[in-house]
Design a binder for this molecule. Structure first.
Ligand SMILES: NC(=O)c1ccc[n+]([C@@H]2O[C@H](COP(=O)([O-])OP(=O)(O)OC[C@H]3O[C@@H](n4cnc5c(N)ncnc54)[C@H](OP(=O)(O)O)[C@@H]3O)[C@@H](O)[C@H]2O)c1
Length: 216
């Protein structure tokens, strides 16, 4: 039984934590403000604890990064490099700028030939980042119902074993996985968040759409 360390206290962190707890995993959620999660924790019935970013990173065999993109490096530093070594980190984060969207289009602090996940992989080379869950809304992250059709989870990363581990999570949570290759593919996967959010901002529907890769 793997132990899961979740870095973050927002809706993505608590949603994914809930998915793991529901499936019987032991979960530690890490945050800079543990008191924020008192109410959430009281509602959980599984094996769950709340601690610092370092507590969660030390606890988890598998880690999930679910913090604001511009805080990701600082959070991973605070988690402690030694606690990340050799571990798979499912990276849900997006490099969204602190600026309002224009006609529903978010601004990124990366450019088309760079990505946040590449920067994280470079800064923490002993960890194995896998991009996933970045371009689907939190309410749809755990076993979403699209009339029997499984949405596609696009992933990428440099470590094959880590991608297999992430694929297991995707399958558990009701997604088909498309492995788009190495870390550079995050340059294409991260902006899918912009595309997904345009529909949300322009129609105010944040729960009715997901990506599916059609193949024949
Ligand atoms: N919301 C969605 O539906 C959705 C869907 C897919 C992907 N994402 C991506 O997933 C990530 C998490 O999104 P979210 O909406 O759950 O939460 P969020 O509001 O983007 O991030 C909250 C987390 O970021 C941390 N944080 C923020 N500023 C910080 C700073 N200056 N220093 C250290 N930590 C800081 C917070 O720390 P504390 O715990 O200490 O407060 C908290 O854990 C984001 O990168 C987002 O783009 C979001």
């Amino acid at each position: 039984m793997k132990k899961i360390g979740i870095l973050g206290s927002g809706v993505v962190a608590t949603t994914l934590a809930g998915g793991f707890i529901k499936n019987g995993y032991a979960v530690c959620v890490g945050t800079g403000h543990p008191e924020k999660l008192d109410g959430w924790k009281a509602l959980q019935s599984g094996n769950v604890s709340v601690g610092s970013f370092a507590d969660a990173a030390a606890f988890g065999d598998l880690l999930v990064l679910a913090v604001k993109g511009d805080a990701a490096i600082a959070v991973l530093e605070s988690a402690g490099k030694n606690n990340l070594e050799g571990k798979t980190i499912i990276d849900t984060s997006n490099p969204i700028e602190a600026a309002p969207p224009v006609n529903g289009v978010l601004k990124f602090f990366t450019n088309i030939n760079s990505s946040l996940m590449e920067a994280l992989q470079e800064a923490f080379p002993a960890a194995n980042f896998v991009k996933a869950f970045n371009s689907i809304g939190a309410p749809l992250m755990i076993n979403p119902d699209f009339n029997g059709v499984k949405p596609t989870m696009f992933i990428c990363g440099n470590n094959e074993a880590a991608k297999i581990e992430a694929t297991t999570v995707n399958t558990l949570f009701g997604f088909d996985t498309e492995d788009m290759g190495q870390a550079e593919a995050a340059r294409a996967i991260e902006p899918l968040c912009m595309l997904w959010c345009i529909t949300g901002f322009t129609t105010n529907n944040w729960t009715g759409h997901a990506f599916k890769l059609l193949k024949r």
